[in-house]
Write a protein that binds this ligand. Structure first.
Ligand SMILES: Nc1nc2c(ncn2[C@@H]2O[C@H](COP(=O)(O)OP(=O)(O)OP(=O)(O)O)[C@@H](O)[C@H]2O)c(=O)[nH]1
Ligand SMILES: [Mg+2]
Length: 378
């Protein structure tokens, strides 16, 4: 990356996708002279005078070819003024503008690098850059964010985390340990959590998958062995996004297609963080226990699991007994689903993530804390 203070840098600050407006920024010693060469007054053939923080409507020319109209604003920054060119949001326009700036002598960098460099304040080079880096990291997480709850929480972290990190060395050990503990929870959530629904055929795994996903995503039927290849989809557990995998029912079978489906289901479990074992609550407790043991046998030994007894809505439901089932629910009616969600929340410690407590979302943000590597690897 360019860190030369004499370099003039430019970057696209908005995604390269069709939109109403795209923003390209430029800063550095040659920024003003580049502007003079490429901008013209929208109506008259006269130079444009700029004042900082006063937007101006201009025309961008590539030699004599009109490229686009743009609103241009000069904003004071650490390396001189930052020029923001807001053009129409066509992908091609933005690409041509960046090529033009490059041909005029600017070095094109990515948005993150641009913000980092344009904020590098001589009086506090570490401070402002560190704060902006954290904000950029949170913005990146927001771009990929899949749920409203997570987005709201990330937006709160944008305000809470930078000042908290600046003051981290003033905290006592227990406050730091708590910060590291909840940050580990957040980092894992942001990396992506996978939950698999496993169990014998016909237990209601796919019905439960559809309920957690919130729509009819997978086929269900009373024919045992309906689900063949496993299916993954984003689901929201108490608002937090997870990848939910519905798998083929596990049983002894002579059907070669079904046994391949079961083999794939169990292979997928090696990349899973939690198994929800779904049992058919209408079976007798004895049969359920046998089915449960059979499923446990197929799971990787160290895979955490939550066992549920499904179909609690039907008269023939056999109640919970000694078959490991912790939760009784009905995937069909939704009864007991929130209990399952709370179990999952507690399993991953997501209750530690609230909107008032600063929490790191990337391991890098913990790097300033002594001994944190050891904590993270446990
Ligand atoms: N009464 C009742 N029936 C349910 C419930 N959940 C699922 N079922 C029914 O049980 C049958 C099997 O449901 P699925 O969701 O296809 O079961 P599965 O575990 O995915 O089955 P396989 O894909 O064959 O392994 C269907 O007829 C569902 O309508 C429930 O909570 N209550
Ligand atoms: Mg199924």
């Amino acid at each position: 990356m360019v860190s030369d203070p004499m370099a003039t840098i430019a970057a696209r600050l908005t995604p390269l996708a069709p939109g109403a407006i795209a923003v390209v920024a430029m800063t550095g010693p040659d920024a003003q002279s580049i502007l003079r060469r490429i901008l013209r007054h929208p109506r008259r053939d006269e130079p444009i005078s700029f004042e900082t923080n006063r937007p101006r409507l201009c025309r961008i020319f590539d030699v004599d070819r009109l490229l686009d109209d743009a609103v241009v604003t000069l904003i004071p920054g650490a390396r001189g003024n930052v020029v923001e060119l807001s053009t129409h949001g066509g992908v091609r326009i933005v690409q041509r503008l960046l090529m033009l700036l490059q041909s005029e002598g600017a070095t094109i960098v990515d948005a993150w690098e641009f913000i980092r460099q344009s904020a590098a304040d001589e009086s506090d080079p570490a401070g402002i850059a560190a704060r902006l880096t954290v904000e950029c990291e949170i913005d990146q997480a927001l771009l990929a964010c899949q749920s409203r709850r997570l987005a709201r929480w990330l937006l709160r972290q944008r305000a809470l985390l930078p000042p908290f990190l600046e003051a981290i060395h003033t905290l006592d050990t227990s406050a730091r340990d708590e910060f590291v503990a909840r940050s580990r929870v957040a980092i894992r959530l942001l990396q992506g959590v996978t939950i698999a629904l496993v169990g014998p055929p016909n237990a209601g795994k796919s019905t439960l998958a559809n309920r957690l996903i919130g729509r009819d995503r997978v086929l269900t039927s009373d024919i045992p062995g309906t689900t063949r290849d496993w299916v993954s989809e984003t689901a929201f557990i108490d608002g937090w996004p997870v990848t939910l995998t519905d798998t083929a029912g596990i049983r002894e079978t002579t059907c070669s297609i079904e046994s391949e489906a079961i083999r794939r289901a169990t292979a997928a479990l090696h990349h899973t963080d939690l198994a929800v074992v779904v049992l058919d609550g209408t079976l007798s407790p004895e049969r359920r226990l046998i089915a449960c043991e059979e499923v446990f046998h197929a799971l990787p030994a160290n895979l955490p699991r939550i066992v549920v007894a499904n179909k609690a809505d039907v008269a023939s439901f056999q109640g919970s007994s000694d078959d490991h089932a912790e939760i009784v629910l009905s995937a069909r009616t939704g009864d007991g689903i929130s209990v399952l969600e709370q179990h999952i929340v507690r399993h991953f410690d997501w209750h530690l993530l609230d909107d008032t407590t600063a929490t790191a979302i990337f391991a890098r943000q913990l790097a300033t804390i002594e001994g944190v590597d050891a904590l993270l690897s446990t």
